[in-house]
Design a protein around this ligand. Structure first.
Ligand code: FAD
Length: 350
């Protein structure tokens, strides 16, 4: 199926993944005068930096002695502003199909379609999927009474809510939903939390005030009546099992990355990585490039600065691919008038 529909978005470059390397790819493409569309599976950009360690310090970004991971993301977002990329968040690139005229028809889980001259995969360790609750029969209640992500908080209004998990998401939602729920119980496998201390303190205050319950234990079964979830079975450290009333179960066990659909696009893989050359960071499919953590080649180190270098060389190669027969010159941002124009600056130090 090569035909594209009238609402297909035409683009010279489509970046898959808005982690730090995908964001910097937009910058390097912008310097070359190439504008990009970016598709990101998460509802925000930043990849592992935003999802796994936003408040942790990073010390090995050149010329920034220290910054938090989320600050790095904010700085990258600011740096790419002049190039005005279009972000398509909260959607997974599900298909990349080469067409007869050497472009790629790209489809996302939200049904967005692109016809892209080049595709740059900056998919990191893959897309982040919620870690599932492993109890019998849970599948039939997902997004009805069992939720891994809460998009509409009104679903908990006046309900018996049970929240599972001990990280920031579990604690944040516990605090946020306390006034909406009829009853609220937080269940975690131990009294050790992976969340901010202030959130744990707040939750404890709610427990002391009798506004909610906290239980140590594991959810080992569901109570169901007439096809509807009515309770959860919690196995406590003593081995005792208690049934709690529950008609909304919110599961926040964290997110784990999976390569997902990228594995099906006909690219040469080495375990969970995409094999590239080290000149252009092109894959075995001409016109598809890979940079950042997902790219593998001899000597590869999965560091943000490696991905920045890869993004720069990929951008030169893409410029060449889009302008066959023309020489692509190296230009400095310090002195190049065309780059100043693209950056919207006058080239003088303020
Ligand atoms: P990622 O950050 O993984 O982003 C990839 C993005 O692609 C994700 O947002 C994902 O949702 C998206 N995606 C994947 N598949 C699809 C798809 N099919 N459709 C749409 N979107 C998709 N590195 C350093 O250099 N210095 C450090 O100090 C450092 N500290 C770290 C600390 C921790 C705890 C961890 C876990 C990592 C650390 N790293 C550090 C590594 C660094 O975070 C990674 O090298 C970097 O995030 C890689 O960036 P990326 O853009 O390639 O991929």
């Amino acid at each position: 199926m090569n035909a594209s529909s009238s609402k297909t978005i035409q683009t010279d470059a489509l970046v898959v993944g808005a982690g730090p390397c995908g964001l910097f790819q937009v910058f390097e493409l912008g310097l070359q005068g190439i504008s990009a569309h970016v598709v990101e599976a998460l509802p925000y950009s930043g990849g592992q930096c935003a999802e796994l360690y936003p408040d942790k310090p990073i010390y090995d970004i050149p010329a920034i002695p220290v910054c938090s991971a989320i600050e790095l993301v904010k700085r990258l977002e600011e740096q790419i502003e002049p190039f005005n990329p279009t972000f398509h968040l909260n959607q997974l690139v599900s298909e990349v199909v080469p067409t007869d005229d050497l472009t790629f028809l790209v489809t996302t889980s939200a049904g967005t379609e692109f016809e892209a001259q080049t595709v740059i995969i900056a998919g990191g360790v893959g897309s982040f999927q919620p870690m599932p609750l492993r109890v019998d029969g849970v599948e039939e209640h997902i997004d009805k009474q069992v939720f891994y992500r809460l998009r509409d908080t009104s679903v908990v209004n006046d309900r018996d809510v049970v929240i599972l998990g001990g990280g920031d998401s579990a604690l944040d939602w516990t605090i946020d939903l306390i006034d909406q729920a009829r009853s609220l119980t937080l269940i975690h496998r131990s009294e050790k939390f992976r969340a901010m201390e202030s959130s744990v303190r707040k939750m404890q205050e709610f427990v002391d005030a009798g506004r909610m319950r906290f239980m140590v234990g594991n959810t080992t079964g569901l109570a169901v009546q007439d096809g509807r979830l009515t309770g959860v079975h919690v196995t406590q450290p003593t081995g005792d099992v208690e049934e709690l009333p529950c008609d909304r179960l919110l599961v926040f066990f964290g997110l784990s990355p999976t390569l997902g659909p990228i594995a099906e696009w006909g690219l040469e893989l080495d375990r969970h990585n995409i094999v590239t050359d080290t000149e252009k960071f092109e894959t075995n499919v001409p016109g598809i490039y890979a940079i950042g953590d997902i790219a593998i080649y001899p000597g590869k180190r999965k560091l943000i600065l490696s991905g920045f270098h890869e993004a720069a060389l990929a951008a030169f190669a893409i410029k060449q691919q889009l302008n066959p027969g023309q020489k692509v010159f190296l230009q400095y941002t310090t002195t190049s008038p065309i780059m100043h124009q693209r950056l919207g600056v006058d080239g003088n130090v303020k």
